[in-house]
Design a protein around this ligand. Structure first.
Ligand SMILES: [Zn+2]
Length: 488
């Protein structure tokens, strides 16, 4: 499993989240299996569980609470939503601050938590985001009931507004194969320091034709919901089927190979993964469709083992109406070339969506991407915000240690001496880069001249770098450090 920092919240979340909504939360879906899926997700390293007070007729939150009961929740980020709730008959929308506070307190009880790591407003209107609302939300943080605040809206104008509000740490947008036009919005949110969760990352399954294959009551449930809530998306999919073809195919190449129960890595389709601030999404089998009908296998030919396998199907984080089942996650071991291609895709997205420089990098350990980075000099004004250095910083955060022993760095371009030194300093084991300094030279993107300077003795280098002793200060300074080290 890969993990990503969620904006500036200080929270780290698995790249793939578990959407606790929809069919998964319905009473008709077997409780034991629903809980088993959450436990399988935990076992596979999923640390992001997204639900909402209104989901599954109000059943999703308490069910998630039962699933998490007695489990170690160290590092687990439970996200829920406020502003809508289920009154037993229907979903009620209520963004009055007092009602929202009461709803949060109910959610905490339902989930069995003292603190909700992430609270998200569920489809607020811009007019509702007034000062009263902000002070109530800040109050929830102050009282320690909520750690981070986000908003979930599929209206880009609302998200644009929220990106400008300092109270919010996270936004959840509908970012998927049918919504590539959200990419610039995602980039702006990320540049503003907001964590981004991709809701409906699998386009609710409308991007494949499974929606028309009704084989069980649950399929009808999803199809009716799709027709009710997402008619325009379905029409759009059929109209754009030709254009969408290659994207769907590329997602398909990541389908789990047979026998994928061995618990290998889940990962997002590259179309979503290229934004290194995006997390969330989908990927766990919610027991719908083939998996259950074939007795627990996604691949048609495999032996039955009677359980949903917990891999490869999407229960979708942040999907306000619920999740959708569709092959989602790939598990094949990736080669150096695969990782380099991803680094290049990161670099290209940085150019095309953030107006940044053409560099992307990833830190990988044991075949798992710990962190990614792109060149953020343009966005941050930080001249050291190179792709490799950014990825190294994040990887160290993820690991909770400054040592990256055993890690491999994949970079779209040849690392500059600064980044290469950082790799030496942190104990990186291996480095692969796709474009050389010679490739970059015609574009002014080579650091070969600096390498050439560094290869010379200090006194022969172009920069005036000299050792100038200052009365033994070096000795005292280092001795002071050593003395303090010995004390601790
Ligand atoms: Zn560099």
């Amino acid at each position: 499993m890969r993990y990503r920092g969620l904006g500036e919240t200080g929270l780290s979340v698995s790249e793939i989240g578990f959407g606790c909504a929809s069919w998964w939360g319905q009473k008709a879906f077997d409780e034991r299996q629903a809980l088993g899926l959450v436990h399988a997700a935990l076992d596979h390293g999923v640390t992001l569980f997204d639900t909402g007070a209104a989901y599954s007729g109000g059943e999703a939150e308490p069910r998630l609470g039962r699933a998490l009961k007695g489990k170690s929740l160290d590092g687990v980020v439970v996200a829920s939503k406020v502003g809508t709730y289920h009154d037993g008959r229907r979903v009620v929308r209520d963004f009055r601050p007092a009602a929202m506070e009461a709803s949060v307190e109910r959610s905490l009880r339902n989930l069995g938590l003292d603190v909700l790591p992430l609270l998200q407003l569920h489809g607020p209107a811009v007019a509702e985001l007034d000062d009263d609302m902000m002070s109530m939300l800040e109050g929830l943080k102050r009282r320690g009931l909520v750690r981070a605040i986000g908003a979930n809206s599929f209206d880009p104008a609302v998200i644009e507004h929220i990106v400008g509000l300092p109270t919010f740490d996270v936004v959840m947008v509908d970012y998927n194969l049918l919504r590539p036009e959200r990419a610039p919005l995602v980039a702006r949110a990320a540049a503003a320091g907001k964590g981004v969760l991709a809701g409906m990352p699998l386009a609710m399954g409308h991007a494949n034709r499974q929606i028309l294959r009704l084989r069980a009551p649950r399929d009808l449930w999803y199809a009716l919901r799709a027709l009710k809530n997402h008619r325009a998306d379905i029409a759009r999919w059929f109209l754009s089927a030709r254009a969408a073809g290659p994207l769907v195919c590329s997602a398909r190449t990541q389908e789990p190979p047979r026998g994928h129960r061995a618990g290998r890595t889940l990962w997002l389709p590259p179309q979503l993964a290229r934004h290194d601030r995006v997390a969330g999404g989908a990927g766990l089998c919610a027991g719908r469709s083939k998996c259950l009908e074939r007795g627990g296998r996604h691949d048609e030919d495999g032996p039955f083992d009677g359980e949903p396998c917990g891999l490869g199907y999407g229960a979708v984080a942040g999907d306000p109406g619920g999740g959708e089942a569709r092959p989602a996650a790939g598990v094949a071991m990736r080669s150096d070339e695969d990782f380099l291609k991803e680094a290049i895709a990161l670099a290209l997205a940085n150019v095309q969506e953030a107006g940044g420089r053409p560099f992307g990098a990833m830190v990988v350990r044991d075949g798992e991407v710990l962190a990614t980075g792109v060149n953020e000099i343009a966005a941050t004004g930080d001249p050291t915000a190179h792709a490799e250095l950014s990825a190294i910083r994040r990887a160290a955060q993820v690991l909770g240690t400054p040592r990256l022993d055993g890690c491999v760095v994949y970079a779209s371009g040849q690392p500059c001496p600064m980044c290469l030194s950082a790799m030496y300093l942190t104990g990186v084991t291996r480095v692969r880069f796709a474009c050389s300094n010679a490739d970059g030279e015609p574009f002014g993107l080579s650091t070969a001249p600096i390498y050439a300077e560094l290869a010379k003795p200090l006194e022969a280098q172009a920069m005036d770098v000299r050792h100038q002793p200052v009365g033994g200060a070096g000795g005292e300074l280092y001795a002071a450090w050593k003395a303090r080290q010995n004390r601790t």
